[in-house]
Design a protein around this ligand. Structure first.
Ligand SMILES: [Zn+2]
Ligand SMILES: [Zn+2]
Length: 172
């Protein structure tokens, strides 16, 4: 098991290639459904590809608008749904009452540890864990399409904070 952030040094060339293939994939997806890539959809996809971590729709819309680009929330919402459908973006539930998203291409498949106190998210990837998940699906004669695992609890920093607080209480 390792933290993915340490493994994220991707060359500029690879990134350019990845971005082109993502755009092409979205174009094909839209064309097959009788849609076209509009200027607004392009802006949204460009911004998503710049995101290194998870994002939610509301903060994403304010980032775009802060940059002086006028894209409505409804357009962002719809485009992200299409990107999800095209397999470019995935939705994750961090138990916050609203959905979070992250881009799939260019990133290794991973799961999440979510601190329910400070909101910190740790990504992890584990080959034997993935193997078990596939085996469990198979055992149940289940065809897995995708999966996401979110583990909720307290991160090391929050644990330390609690430990210090309870020590203080003991002294009183
Ligand atoms: Zn925490
Ligand atoms: Zn993630």
């Amino acid at each position: 098991m390792y933290n993915l952030y340490e493994n994220e040094t991707q060359s500029q060339k690879n990134r350019g290639f990845m971005e082109k293939s993502v755009k092409k994939r979205f174009q094909t997806y839209l064309r097959n459904r009788g849609n076209t890539v509009t200027h607004q959809r392009n802006i949204i996809l460009d911004e998503i590809m710049k995101k290194k971590s998870h994002f939610d729709i509301d903060s994403f819309v304010s980032t775009i608008n802060r940059k002086g680009r006028d894209v409505s929330r409804a357009t962002v919402y719809r485009t992200i749904q299409q990107l999800e459908d095209a397999g470019i973006v995935r939705k994750i539930d961090f138990d916050k009452g609203y959905a979070n998203y992250e881009i799939i291409p260019g990133k290794e498949h991973h799961e999440h540890l979510v601190c329910s106190e400070c909101g910190k998210i740790i990504e992890f990837s584990d080959k034997s864990f993935e193997k078990r998940i596939r085996a469990i699906a198979e055992c149940n004669e289940f065809t897995m399409e995708h999966h996401s695992v979110e583990i909720f609890g307290k991160c090391s920093e929050c644990r330390e904070k609690h430990r210090k607080e309870s020590l203080k209480k003991e002294k009183i």
